[in-house]
Write a protein that binds this ligand. Sequence first.
Ligand code: FES
Length: 161
Amino acid sequence: MTVKPGPPRSRLDPEPMPRRDLLGLAAVWTTVSALVFALFGMLRLPKAAVLPSPSKKFRVALPDALAPGEPYVPPGRQVAVFRDAQGVYAISIICTHLGCVVKPTAEGFECPCHGSRFARDGAVTKGPAPRALPWLQVSAAGGRLIVDEGTAAKPGTKVQA
Ligand code: FES
C-alpha cells in the first residue's frame, strides 16, 4: 500500500501543529483556567458569607383610626401592636407551638398551622400551643413608639404614648 502525497505545500503555509504540542497546549490552558478559578474562590473567602440581621427594634406609627384593643401588624413585622386606654403594648404573633405566624381574628389570634387560638392579650385559649404569645418591649421616645422584637416584656406592661 502506498500513501498518496498531498498537494504540494507552499513555503507560506503555516507549519501544521503536531498532536503532542496541541495536547500540551490544552493541558497548559486547563491548568491556567483551574488556577484562575481557584484564585477567584480564594478572593471570596475573607468576605462574610452571612450578613448581619436587621435590627429587631423598629419605630411604629399607629394608624389614627385604630380602635382600642384592635391589633395593628406593621408591614413586614411579626408583631401586633395595640392601643387602649391604659397605653400601647405589643405582642409577638409567632405561634409558641411550632413558629407559624398567627392571624388576627375578632377574638384574638388563630394559628393557621395547627389551630391554636390566643386571646388578644396572647393567652392560649385552645392548644396545642404550650405558652401564651410573648409581650414585647415598647418604649416611647420623643413622641415615637419603638418596639423591640428581640426583648420580651412582662405581660401587662403598657406604655403611655
Ligand atoms: S404552629 Fe401554631 S399551632 Fe402549631
